[in-house]
Ligand binder design. Structure first.
Ligand SMILES: C[S@@+](CC[C@H](N)C(=O)[O-])C[C@H]1O[C@@H](n2cnc3c(N)ncnc32)[C@H](O)[C@@H]1O
Length: 531
């Protein structure tokens, strides 16, 4: 009798917390109730009392699952659902909760099966009030399941609407890639099939992101205090995600801390695929220092020079951690780019990628000279070992390159600098990719020259036309928004024809991917040209 009163009190307290949406307290109260209830069940022999207790236990497990779901403790919530369903395998509330958890864990097809099962139950037992809600979930699961299998994304409507409303729903997707030992450093991501320009390589949701709006009047950089606050919030969020999810915790432990990379284990790509059901060991104690080092080496900034952030302007600053992209090495002549849509990062081919090639993207601006890139790599804590850097390091011994750089710093005419650079390349018989390397290093001067009518008039015949320069740049560093922008502005001035716009759209694919259809692409290119 006494036990029964305690049980009743505990249950009402837990329900009260649940209704007040105080999830933490309701979990505590339900946990106490569940333990007591289980003890009571083991002592009860009368069938009717047993049934009553089991019903209470099932409901409490279901409610604790809901509270855990709201706190994004998905794995624990799923365990509660399974336990509740062992008592009553057609418990409506639990089945809905289970479906929502599976959806959040990216197990789209399992979530679909779950909701389909509930729909059958609904038509048999209930009055059909939930059919609309269930059909909504079923449609969502079908769509995400399809996207995660095919990578057939299309954000065109969102782009065409000027990014109004919520950003489109994306599913995680892993294309034909594997993790292997890299010649650049440690492990890298490699293609197992050819990728065409603009093809999607992978889509991943962030473990955590932190964003802020840059102060309007400053030089565009965040103050030290603001940076510290952002960084602290970001670390807390990553730590929280890792604590709640064994999979995230396990995968974070596989990431590099920038030391002895060649000795690191090579994880199987299947661990990163959205629909995997692999069991991960329960969270050991998380080492905060290791998490800090992991974030130092693997966090990515949502900037506009090495990635495109759709739907956000340049006042916006964001940092995040994405697991599979953390295996992608930097290269100063990268073949892939990042496109940020909400918390998802889409990695797409910015040039053609052959099967077996390493997939690389830029951690920092590769349209800059060797000396500047060397500095930027230092701030990332490494010395770049890519082919372009090796080549340019050798060529540093030629005094002419240093002279052109010094001249540009002193403000010489950009046309004359390009003229000298092209002359040197002719003399040294620089061809193919290497030509693109130099041009990418002197992009600042090139863009200034071809954007200035005066310079073009003065140097027009003595320096190459813009189009071959663009071609060699794109062949070397892949498509880049700034290169496409300069080309479009020129095409606009010369009132280009259909063919030229087609060419610009093709280049646009290397920046925005095939996830943007022609009409929306035209809009993006127009917007870019006006910036
Ligand atoms: C995000 S991780 C990339 C994956 C890493 N190689 C691994 O094995 O986990 C970044 C680290 O990879 C190494 N790295 C990436 N790109 C590099 C490059 N171009 N040259 C030298 N090291 C590079 C650096 O140690 C860097 O801190």
């Amino acid at each position: 009798m006494e036990d029964e009163t305690t049980l009743q009190q505990l249950r009402s307290k837990a329900t009260e917390f649940l209704l007040r949406e105080d999830w933490n307290e309701s979990i505590k109260a339900y946990t106490r109730f569940i333990t007591l209830c289980q003890i009571q069940i083991s002592k009860t022999h009368q069938q009717s009392d047993l049934l009553k207790l089991q019903k209470s236990l099932c409901l409490s497990l279901s409610n604790r699952a809901e509270a855990r779901f709201r706190l994004r403790e998905f794995e624990e919530a799923l365990k509660d659902c399974e336990e509740a369903l062992q008592i009553d395998n057609s418990h409506f509330k639990t089945l809905i909760c289970k479906g929502k958890i599976l959806l959040n864990l990216n197990r789209y097809s399992l979530a679909l099966d779950c909701f389909k099962g509930v729909l059958v139950l609904e038509s048999k037992c209930n009055n059909g009030n939930n059919v609309e809600m269930l059909n909504g979930f079923i449609e969502k699961c079908k769509k995400l399941d399809y996207l995660s299998r095919t990578g057939n994304f299309d954000v065109s409507n969102w782009v065409s609407s000027g990014f109004s409303g919520k950003c489109p729903e994306l599913a995680e997707f892993v294309g034909n890639v594997e993790i292997k030992r890299s010649e650049i450093s440690g492990r890298g991501l490699f293609s197992t099939k050819n990728f065409d320009v603009g093809n999607l390589i992978l889509v991943t949701k962030a473990v955590a992101t932190e964003r802020c709006i840059l102060p309007k009047c400053s030089n565009g950089e965040l103050g030290e205090d603001a940076q510290l606050v952002m960084w602290k919030n970001f670390i807390d969020k990553v730590y929280e995600s890792a604590t709640k999810c064994p999979k995230i915790c396990h995968l974070i432990s596989k990431l590099s801390i920038g030391e002895n990379e060649d000795d690191l284990e090579i994880p199987d790509i299947s661990l990163f695929k959205p629909q995997t059901e692999e069991k991960f060991p329960p969270n050991g104690s998380l080492d905060p220092e290791k998490i800090l080092s992991v974030l130092d080496v693997n966090s990515l900034v949502e900037d506009t020079t090495s990635a495109k952030v759709l739907g956000k302007n340049s006042d916006y600053y964001g940092v995040g951690l994405w697991l599979l992209p953390s295996f992608i090495n930097h290269c100063c002549s990268p073949n892939a780019r990042r496109l940020h849509v909400g918390d998802h990062v889409l990695v797409l081919a910015s040039r053609e990628i052959k099967a077996g090639e390493e997939i690389t993207f830029a951690y920092y601006d590769v349209l800059s000279p060797f000396s500047k890139r060397k500095e930027m790599a230092k701030t990332w804590g490494f010395q770049c070992e890519c082919k372009r850097c090796k080549y340019e390091k050798e060529m540093q011994s030629k005094p002419e390159i240093g002279d052109i750089e010094v001249g540009l710093e002193r403000g010489v005419d950009v046309g004359s600098a390009i003229f000298r650079l092209e002359e040197c390349m002719r003399r040294w018989v620089v061809r193919g990719k290497e030509k693109g390397y130099f041009r990418a290093s002197f992009w600042k001067a090139i863009s200034e020259a071809y954007e200035s009518e005066k310079t073009v008039r003065r140097w027009g015949r003595k320096i190459p036309a813009l189009e071959p320069i663009v071609d060699s740049l794109v062949e070397t560093v892949g498509s880049d928004e700034r290169v496409v922008k300069v080309l479009i502005r020129k095409l606009k001035k010369s009132k280009c024809g259909f063919g030229e716009m087609e060419r610009a759209i093709k280049l646009g694919r290397g920046v925005y991917g095939k996830v943007v259809k022609k009409q929306a692409m035209r809009l993006l290119l127009e917007l870019g040209a006006h910036e």
